[in-house]
Design a protein around this ligand. Structure first.
Ligand code: TIU
Length: 233
């Protein structure tokens, strides 16, 4: 079969992807980070800065699902006994209500709690993979790399929250492992507008030191002009 690559307008230059070797990664679109009344808002953050990614991300998810792309969701969180949570992470911030405590949506960042799960708007369907990660990076202490390798994935379309924390950490981890990352600026969000700007600039600087930055619209233009994973659409 001839290899068919799609070209996406991006910075610092165009991004080329092979649909069969590309996965969509949705990082930590969890209620506790994104929803009003969750852990993130309780810490004083403005969740509207994160919620603006939901609509464009729904469009990208819909088109990539339709095209048969590999879709992988991640969630940051811990086992109920917190045995996979470093004491330093629990202590950090000197919070009166932090990891493992009962927050507004159940135990904070504990697997199985309402707040830990992915928002309804982006709920995983079918056989989409959900990676539960104890750290900020999606590769640390998870089987993500092994699964991507087994599926022949080489490129990641990276979305989710927050841009400077879990998204940036994951892009750096992926880049060191040889994956090419395309980050969609309107599908990643930060509580802090200045961090949003600089986290994206850090990725695409120096000739794309960690990866590429584009937008949902530019990706959708390329996807619509191209092929689905299974053949011509
Ligand atoms: N998913 C993720 O980014 N976790 C965080 O803790 N982010 C913050 O910005 N705090």
């Amino acid at each position: 079969m001839t290899e068919h690559k799609l070209t996406v307008e991006a910075e610092p230059y165009e991004f080329e992807l092979d649909p069969k070797r590309t996965a969509l990664l949705l990082i930590d679109m969890q209620r506790d980070f994104v929803e009003p009344g969750g852990f993130g808002e309780q810490l004083g953050n403005d969740v509207s800065n994160l919620r603006r990614v939901i609509a464009p991300l729904q469009r990208v998810l819909g088109v990539m699902r339709e095209g048969g792309y590999t879709v992988i969701h991640t969630r940051e969180g811990h086992r109920p006994d917190l045995s996979d949570c470093p004491p330093s992470k629990i202590a950090r911030g000197r919070l009166s209500c932090g990891i493992g405590d009962v927050g507004p949506m159940g135990r904070i960042l504990v697997r199985g709690s309402h707040g830990h799960d992915i928002i309804d708007e982006l709920k995983p369907i079918g056989d989409e993979t959900v990676v539960d990660k104890p750290g900020k990076g999606a590769f640390f202490a998870t089987d993500l790399d092994f699964m991507l390798h087994n599926r022949g994935i080489e490129s990641l379309v990276v979305t989710g929250v927050t841009t400077e924390v879990c998204v940036n950490t994951t892009v750096r981890e992926a880049n060191d492992r040889g994956y090419e990352c395309l980050v969609l600026e309107d599908c990643v969000g930060s509580y802090f507008p200045e961090f949003q700007e600089y986290a994206l600039r850090m990725i695409k600087a120096q000739g794309g030191i960690f990866g590429w930055v584009s937008s949902s619209e530019k990706l959708l233009v390329a996807l619509e002009a191209g092929q689905s994973v299974g053949g011509r659409v």
